[in-house]
Design a protein around this ligand. Sequence first.
Ligand SMILES: Cc1cc2nc3c(=O)[nH]c(=O)nc-3n(C[C@H](O)[C@H](O)[C@H](O)COP(=O)(O)OP(=O)(O)OC[C@H]3O[C@@H](n4cnc5c(N)ncnc54)[C@H](O)[C@@H]3O)c2cc1C
Length: 367
Amino acid sequence: MGLWAALKAERLGIDTLLVDAGPLAQGASGGLLGALMPHMPDKWNDKKQFQFEALLSLEDEVRALEAETGRSAGYRRSGRLIPLPKPHLRTIAERHEREALVNWRAGDRSFRWNAIDASPLGPDWPTPEVAGAGLVHDTFAARVSPRGLTGMLVERLRRAQHVRIVEGCGVESIEGTTARLSDGTSVAFGHCILSAGHRSFPLLEMLGPPLARPLGQPVKGQAALMKGDIDPDLPLLYLDGLYIVPHEGGLAAIGSTSEDRFDDPFSTDGQIEDLIARARVLAPVLKSAVVVERWAGLRPKAIDRDPMVGPHPDNARVVALTGGFKVSFGMAHRLAEEALGAVQDRPMTMPAGFQLASHIAVATRNA
Ligand SMILES: Cc1cc2nc3c(=O)[nH]c(=O)nc-3n(C[C@H](O)[C@H](O)[C@H](O)COP(=O)(O)OP(=O)(O)OC[C@H]3O[C@@H](n4cnc5c(N)ncnc54)[C@H](O)[C@@H]3O)c2cc1C
């Protein structure tokens, strides 16, 4: 999210210092999965509309960056298949099919949530055993290579005119318009966009009066990458929290665990082996695929799971840009624009529930 903010600042000609505690793009965004999953097409609201438009505009953002850098983000609107094991799920899917016709539209483009009887791709993608009542074919879902996209952003930023990069040096605290860094130096800023993943929460909590509960927490996730005879055109598969995301080069990412409690944030264990085993049952083509990487990271989960963006009520020069939890990749570019809007005093166009001030109100009220 911070890389997108720096890129948007560069395009606006804003003099920017990009400070990262580690090497760039090695946090949660340096992972494997890259699923760009829309919210369900039912119960439409401003949050779903914002995400829908963001997922759509990411196409153009990626194309522009690919043209600028000559690199690939591994982006593709592959669609998604969701098996329906039970008949009542088919009834719900058919309702959603009608709702998608209304809600998944923009200009002359529209996307489907079609209830179908069998996979058009045969018994290997997915196994018919889990699709007793058919499947959903969602034509809106897409995927991107997390490292492809972040690598492209980093390369573009290393050539930026208005952005200077400092790596291996974290922000330890912020007071007024001064940030104290881990190397003992201080930086005075006009505005500070705070986009430190889950580490943003404690830094933001320091800026105002004590809260009744934390603004957010890290949630560990484990994922794996498999290589085999996997067509990059295949749609994503999703069943009961298990994602299979085909990528370029015969690769498919498998994920993810969701762990509120953990001893080691970056180790992998039997939980990812269970997911790999489930993936091989769901998509038999993976039986002969080999695991080439296992990976774990910490997602930034804000108090109510929504993104946390905008000026701090007690220090408007500090602008949050965090809390994307499980959907950051599809929205980071748009949320970064909102953060820059706060810097430039432009009116907010995102849902009020995404604002840092709303999260703080909740954290103040609820013990
Ligand atoms: C297993 C797994 C699977 C996932 N799958 C998906 C998916 O399919 N689709 C999707 O959209 N999302 C997915 N996510 C979520 C997504 O990866 C995260 O929400 C997203 O990467 C968060 O981005 P971020 O920029 O907020 O944080 P990060 O990527 O963690 O970046 C934070 C940066 O801040 C730096 N930093 C930390 N502290 C400081 C400090 N004090 N000072 C300066 N710099 C600091 C870090 O070094 C890091 O570079 C997944 C996450 C996990 C763990």
